[in-house]
Design a protein around this ligand. Structure first.
Ligand SMILES: Nc1nc2c(ncn2[C@@H]2O[C@H](COP(=O)(O)OP(=O)(O)O)[C@@H](O)[C@H]2O)c(=O)[nH]1
Ligand SMILES: [Mg+2]
Ligand SMILES: [Zn+2]
Length: 294
């Protein structure tokens, strides 16, 4: 029997749609222990034995490089944090939290600032500069003007990404601009034909460019850190981390410790104060949750 490597791009009940390069979709069931719930999710890299022209059986699944619970999706490389520059105002608290949670899950972070047509360029760079300084790629876009879309598509063209951000910021508009025809393939249309019955939303991967994939279900919602040692948090803020080597104490949490190089960097203006404040807020929360864990 012929065997192929592929990627699960949709998973509904016992049926998994596997994409095999350069462009065949094979409808598969799983073999043996892979039938157990959760053994296969969208994004999994699998080995398929073909049982028909477009049918097969999944025989193996590769270890996952990353995993997100909600939606369940494996091997995502990049969390694309989407915030609008206006209407609604950007929630930087949420942006920083998403970036940190994503980093903890092993994903790269990338920032998209939408609705550039609603603000002047000074306001756009006021928001973007701290993120650029932290090392995140930042894209400023406008869906109606088509601004920034091509560059973003290029940046995402060889990875697996997922959009995250609050509702109303333009995630669906962005997805439609990035993947022509995306709206036709996502839940927003299929729900109409559903005759009022409630269906579970399944996450699918949509082709982005020639080698990339993007999850059609905007947002991963497991935004709590779960039980986490607060000492892990500084490492999830690359801009703070850059100064941490200069702190007097190696386990410095950059709060009120003497000789803290991070706090000094904020005072000198070489580290964004907003990012630092939001870090402290999240640290507080994580610490309280950690103390309550038993
Ligand atoms: N002015 C402006 N409006 C936008 C832009 N992108 C999206 N919108 C509008 O913002 C609203 C929410 O967009 P949508 O894509 O549904 O956001 P989602 O909830 O994040 O999926 C809609 O009315 C869009 O037309 C943009 O770049 N500029
Ligand atoms: Mg939407
Ligand atoms: Zn410090």
């Amino acid at each position: 029997m012929e065997r192929f490597h592929g990627r699960v791009i949709r998973s509904v009940g016992d049926y998994h749609t596997v994409w095999i390069e350069p462009g065949a979709e094979v409808l598969c069931r799983a073999r043996g222990r892979l039938k157990q719930r959760g053994s296969l999710v969208t994004g999994d890299l699998v080995t398929v034995a073909l049982t028909g022209p477009d049918q097969g059986v999944i025989e193996e699944v590769a270890p996952r490089s990353t995993f997100l619970f909600r939606p369940p999706v494996a091997n995502v490389d990049t969390a694309v944090v989407v915030m609008s520059l206006a209407r609604p105002e950007p929630s930087l608290d949420l942006a920083d939290r998403i970036l940190a949670v994503a980093s903890r899950a092993g994903l790269d972070g990338l920032v998209v600032l939408t609705k550039a047509d609603l603000v002047d360029s000074q306001e756009a760079s006021r928001i973007s500069t701290p993120y650029e300084a932290a090392g995140y790629p930042v894209f400023v876009t406008s869906a109606p003007a088509g601004q920034g879309i091509e560059a973003l598509r290029e940046a995402l063209s060889s990875r697996v990404s997922i959009l995250a951000g609050p509702s109303g910021v333009g995630k669906s508009s962005l997805l439609n601009a990035l993947v022509p025809g995306a709206a036709l393939r996502t839940g927003e249309v299929s729900r109409k034909t559903d005759r009022g019955r409630h269906t579970t939303r399944h996450v699918s991967l949509l082709r982005l460019g020639e080698r990339g994939w993007i999850a059609d279900s905007p947002g991963f919602s497991n935004l709590s850190f779960g039980p986490m040692d607060p000492r892990e948090l500084p490492g999830l803020f690359p801009d703070l981390q850059r100064f941490a080597g200069g702190c007097r104490f190696s386990g410095c949490l950059h709060q009120r410790e003497p000789g803290c190089a991070v706090r000094q960097a904020v005072e000198e203006g070489s580290l964004d104060e907003g990012r630092y404040r939001r870090y402290l807020r999240i640290l507080q929360e994580v610490s309280e949750a950690f103390e309550r864990r038993y």
